[in-house]
Write a protein that binds this ligand. Structure first.
Ligand SMILES: [Zn+2]
Length: 383
């Protein structure tokens, strides 16, 4: 059996990399856009070249499946959408690798390729949209979410040729999957530090997202004495410091988004909304952190917006992927494979990233490393 080569990956990836790419801003290939449609055309060309049949499910996920069969299939995949001003490898590498694997999969193990729609959720704050739809894990009211221009997700789907009314039927295809592998760029330096070209993900960290609302009283920045002010932005600053300082143990906490009212240079802030993102392999660590932050910021109204449990990937698949000694790592980001893992055997391979940077135009992997990781998946599928 011929192993996957860097050259093969490069040839598959090159046309996809060109879609939505700008030398200054990097990659902008958001879900439900013309760039997304162009990525879909690339997907169909890849499928045809592998002798697979391309189709789209009710959530817009793109499938390439063995002709004349109805599954269940083993599948390999990732996503082709990007964040705003993203890089060339996050997601795209995994779908290109999936086609490289499918092209040489043994005839008696026909393989499906999946590109999940809107993994990044960059436009509607709907991360892992497609894999959530497939597994019945979408939040209520998701179709009403609007992008920065006021377009709702339902409108964007319709414009992209996918009927939002069909969304509940996306789960119909879950039983067509026998299992799932995903190859993805490492978004840390874990593998680079270990000198490993690729690694096997043992688990995905649990994640907690909290919305903090802080109330103040708007008043004149010049005429209001310092004593007695009720400054919602100052309170938010204290909350942000608390969220950072209370992040003890094996966890990470970030406040990356904040809205201020009235957001005027000359007015004391009347209201602030901030979003806290915390992750840990152990969800108990997150609950303890939230209790400490709550105690440290008594004026803040903290509401849990979403939480995802930690996900442990399939023992048997991990053992196959480790093969002759690939290391195992914890992954701190969310991925489509994590949504599938509670339903079908699933596993992930991460590819070494020298700087650890992703979601940026400078994210980079060596395709030789990616080829080694893809070959590990091919061998696991063939075992
Ligand atoms: Zn990704």
């Amino acid at each position: 059996m011929s192993p996957i080569t860097a050259r093969d990956l490069d040839a598959r990836l090159a046309p996809l990399r060109a879609i939505g790419f700008d030398a200054r801003r990097g990659t902008n290939r958001l879900a439900w856009t013309p760039e997304d449609a162009a990525a879909g055309a690339w997907f169909e060309e890849q499928a045809a070249a592998c002798g697979l049949e391309a189709w789209r499910d009710a959530a817009g996920n793109r499938w390439a499946t063995p002709r004349g069969t109805d599954g269940p299939w083993w599948a390999v995949g990732s996503h082709t959408d990007s964040v705003r001003d993203g890089g060339a490898f996050d997601g795209a590498l995994g779908v290109a690798a999936a086609f490289a694997i499918a092209a040489v999969a043994p005839d008696d193990r026909p393989l499906a390729v999946i590109s999940f729609e809107d993994e990044e959720g960059a436009r509607f704050n709907t991360p892992t949209f497609g894999s959530r739809a497939l597994t019945g894990a979408l939040a209520d009211g998701v179709l009403d979410r609007a992008d920065d221009d006021g377009t709702t997700l339902a409108e964007a789907m319709r414009a992209a040729g996918v009927d939002p009314a069909g969304l509940p039927r996306a789960t119909d295809n879950l039983d067509k999957l026998r299992g799932f592998y995903e190859l993805h760029i490492d978004q840390s330096t874990d593998l680079a530090e270990r000198g490993a070209p690729y690694g096997v993900v043992s688990s995905l960290a649990a994640r907690l997202r909290v919305r903090a609302t802080l109330r103040g009283v708007a008043d004149h920045a010049g005429t209001t004495p310092m004593e007695g002010r009720q400054d919602a932005l100052l309170a938010a600053a204290r909350l942000i410091v608390a969220a950072n300082e209370q992040a003890a143990g094996e966890m990470r906490a970030t406040v990356g988004r904040i809205l201020v009212e009235p957001n005027a240079l000359t007015a004391i802030a009347a209201g602030t909304t901030a979003w806290l993102d915390a992750r840990s392999p152990d969800s108990a660590v997150l609950d303890a952190w939230l209790a400490r932050v709550t105690a440290a910021a008594p004026g803040a109204d903290l509401a849990i917006e979403s939480r995802s449990p930690a996900v442990t990937f399939d023992d048997g698949l991990r053992a196959l992927l480790r093969g002759a000694g690939a290391p195992e790592v914890v992954c701190w980001a969310g991925h489509d494979a994590g949504l599938l893992a509670p339903h079908v055997p699933a596993a992930m391979v991460l590819v070494r990233n020298a700087t650890g940077i992703s979601h940026s135009p400078v994210e980079h992997v060596e395709l030789e490393d990616a080829a080694a990781g893809a070959t590990a998946i091919l061998e696991a599928l063939s075992a």
